[in-house]
Design a protein around this ligand. Sequence first.
Ligand SMILES: NC(=O)C1=CN([C@@H]2O[C@H](COP(=O)(O)OP(=O)(O)OC[C@H]3O[C@@H](n4cnc5c(N)ncnc54)[C@H](O)[C@@H]3O)[C@@H](O)[C@H]2O)C=CC1
Ligand SMILES: O=C(O)C1=N[C@H](C(=O)O)C[C@H](O)C1
Length: 250
Amino acid sequence: MIRVSVVGAQGRMGASVVEAVEAADDMELSAKVGEQDDIASITPENTDVAVEFTVPSASLNNVLALVAQGVDVVVGTTGWTDAKLAQVTQALDNGPRAGQAVFIAPNFAISAVLADYFAAKAAPYFTSAEVIELHHPDKVDAPSGTAIHTAQAIAAARAAAGGEPMPDGTQGEAASRGQVIDGVHVHAVRLQGLNAHEEVLLGNTGEQLVIRADSFERSSFMPGVLLAVRTLAGGGHAGLTVGLDAFLDL
Ligand SMILES: NC(=O)C1=CN([C@@H]2O[C@H](COP(=O)(O)OP(=O)(O)OC[C@H]3O[C@@H](n4cnc5c(N)ncnc54)[C@H](O)[C@@H]3O)[C@@H](O)[C@H]2O)C=CC1
Ligand SMILES: O=C(O)C1=N[C@H](C(=O)O)C[C@H](O)C1
């Protein structure tokens, strides 16, 4: 049995992970840790993999604490920057156990992972690309971690193909054009009734490709979370890995 502890267990995602772990035949729930609990209670003696879904302001410290304890971590919380990722890599290098692993996914839903992948594949063939993410109004961060990741992937694919900057006649600063991430405009919608959705618009003269992913329920993230837990528990992924595509045969 894989012993799993959940950090942020009382949150929307944390509670779904608790349910998914309890329903999995090959896993057992070890600890449920919330904001008021001591994360140091999670140790290699009681936990094979910790799953972390909290808030961007707390996630880095949680991950560093778990790595210092010698615990492998699957992270779904957003807000990761290159500087934060570098701190995780450094912590892993100094971890108390050989072969320690941290896995971070901007999105665990297969639809979103594939949308991201297809967008990067398509990007070099289009003059313009913009990203629209749409979420429930309780979400604290904007734009979504997924949209940032998608924009970066589009920009990298365009740059690798030697693409020109996108045409845009807007004059001066215009907030309504969204946040520009690596040259790609990203727009965030918060709407009651939505869960997690993303559209990538790709345009050429006279044509458009729309790639859309919809997570209607949080259950859509659970197969990806469990895949990551099983993969880390199986070993062989020492160090920091980002993105569920690393564990898929794409
Ligand atoms: N990677 C993915 O596929 C997905 C990622 N997310 C991300 O996961 C994160 C959590 O989302 P939700 O569950 O909707 O938020 P939420 O607000 O429902 O839950 C966050 C929980 O973390 C707890 N918390 C805050 N600080 C903590 C700390 N220091 N230690 C332990 N617990 C702490 C809060 O008390 C709360 O219960 C967000 O960053 C969100 O964007 C959400 C859905 C899917
Ligand atoms: O907060 C959410 O709900 C989600 N957060 C992640 C993100 O910011 O990309 C993943 C998914 O979009 C749901």
